[in-house]
Design a protein around this ligand. Structure first.
Ligand SMILES: Cc1ncc(COP(=O)(O)O)c(C=O)c1O
Length: 460
């Protein structure tokens, strides 16, 4: 029997594909190699942010420009971009209304730690779109989650946070925990981790209502933080009734519920929350909400606001532990307004939904026709192929489904065929300017790669 973590493909065949695709990449990117092949001088590890080394190529290509759903490198290759900055550019690169708003604002001040007129529009737009009455703006989704958790602790007077095994919410310390033998343990690989995060965390598997009930029964959990669909552990969909149970149990336990929509905003204009009538106490959305400009928003109910007022009235004057100087700057507010008003439209989502459905069905056809033990899963504009049978129920299953060597080879082979998908797992996003032709080209490339993996003689 094949090792399941190799997705049913022999290691030798994966290695052959990876070697051949690496040679092809090297030959096709001489200019990128000259600029960045030995690491970009001045940067630790040769890149301005170390995640840029996590792509499957021997060195990352250098981008010349990115527009809509097309990314061009300095060697003159155009890629159909299905990674879209790992969601930061989910509405396409440089959407015209955002580019215009930025150009307007750029001459009128970038940051002043005071509201601009755009803030007045943004407040109204957030309330209308997402239904929650109270909002704050931060620079990243990580910050938004951190501050929302801080408020949850402040208003409940409880210390612990409950996270789902395998979840990711940014570089938020208290979420860097996993389940190990039924107990919280640190996520592997953490650097400089001095505090024991397991003391402040409870961890259960997604979709496990009994375990959730058991952990909440301790009465010490301030907040459950969850994506509505787990998108960072392959992709795990909620089982029928899971969200209803999550809401019922958190309410009964006096625990707040934070829904992190940073990735699942792919579901629709109001995110998964609006599409499925979820009722979070706290809501976080980052990455694409300002069209690619660094900004995130977090919202909460009037009840949370009222409890926060009471806590603040009783606390000593000083630093709240929340903020950051550039948050809600004038540029971010201009971009937020343009995105909410003109980019995240019903029409844009209708297009994304239609093409993502085409993409998912095209990939599924390849999986079936090539008899691969894989599956395809989708949350609106977000599609994932998983190199293992599905559906996956939770983070532990998702962890076992990852096939890193195989995925790396596939990603590089797709890139060499003009299609860029996300580096960390097999995620593909469709944006408002993605074309049917680009979707067909990704499905064609996927089929060619699947053929290489299943038929040794194939050389496409
Ligand atoms: C669900 C979710 N929330 C929050 C974040 C953090 O976003 P950022 O890295 O922009 O702070 C991420 C990042 O991938 C995410 O996937």
């Amino acid at each position: 029997m094949q090792d399941r973590t190799l997705g049913g493909i022999s290691p030798a065949r994966i290695a052959r594909l990876f070697e051949a695709e690496t040679e092809r990449y090297v030959a096709a990117h001489p200019r990128s190699f000259a600029l960045a092949g030995s690491g970009i001088a001045g940067f630790y590890d040769g890149v301005p942010m170390h995640w840029m080394r996590d792509w499957p190529m021997p060195w990352p290509f250098v981008v010349e420009s990115a527009q809509g759903a097309v990314l061009r490198d300095v060697d003159g290759h155009d890629y159909a971009d299905f990674c879209l900055g790992d969601t930061g550019a989910m509405f396409g690169h440089s959407p015209a209304p955002v580019a215009e708003a930025i150009a307007r604002q750029v001459r009128r001040g970038l940051t002043c730690m005071l509201p601009t007129e755009d803030a007045i529009a943004v407040g109204r737009l957030l309330v209308e779109r997402f239904g929650l009455p109270q909002w704050q703006v931060t620079t990243t989704a990580t910050d938004a989650n951190r501050f929302a958790l801080r408020v949850a602790r402040a208003v409940t007077g409880r210390a612990k946070i409950l996270v789902f095994n395998g979840g990711y919410h940014g570089t938020v310390d208290e979420t860097f925990v996993r389940l190990g033998d039924g107990r919280p343990v640190h996520r592997p690989g953490l650097l400089g981790q001095a505090a024991d995060l397991t003391q402040l965390a409870r961890v259960v598997e997604f979709n496990d209502v009994d375990a959730l009930r058991g952990e909440l029964a301790h009465g010490d959990v301030a907040c459950v933080i969850s994506e509505p669909v787990m998108t960072n552990s392959c992709m795990v969909l909620p089982e029928p009734g899971f969200h209803a149970a999550l809401r019922r149990l958190t309410r009964a336990a006096g625990t707040l519920l934070l829904i992190d929509e940073t990735h699942t905003i792919s579901t629709g204009p109001g995110g998964y929350t609006r599409a499925h009538d979820l009722e979070p106490d706290l809501f976080v959305l980052g990455k694409p909400v300002a069209g690619g400009v660094a900004a995130a928003v977090w919202g909460f109910t009037d009840e949370v606001a009222h409890r926060l007022d009471l806590v603040r009235a009783q606390s000593a004057p000083g630093h709240s532990g929340m903020g950051t100087t550039l948050s809600a700057n004038a540029l971010a507010l201009a971009a937020l307004r343009a995105t909410l008003e003109q980019v995240m439209t019903e029409d844009a989502y209708a297009h994304m939904e239609r093409l993502a459905a085409q993409l998912a069905s095209g990939l599924q056809t390849v999986v079936e026709s090539r008899r691969l033990p894989w599956h395809v899963v989708r949350a609106g504009a977000r599609v994932e192929f998983v190199c293992a049978p599905g559906p996956l129920r939770n983070g532990a299953e998702a962890g076992r489904a990852h096939a890193p060597a195989l995925e790396r080879a596939i990603h590089l082979a797709l890139l060499n065929r003009g299609c860029l998908i996300a580096p960390f797992h097999n995620m593909m996003l469709v944006c408002p300017t993605t074309t049917t032709r680009q979707v067909a080209s990704l499905c064609g490339a996927f089929d060619a790669v699947a053929a290489r993996l299943t038929q040794p003689g194939t050389t496409r």
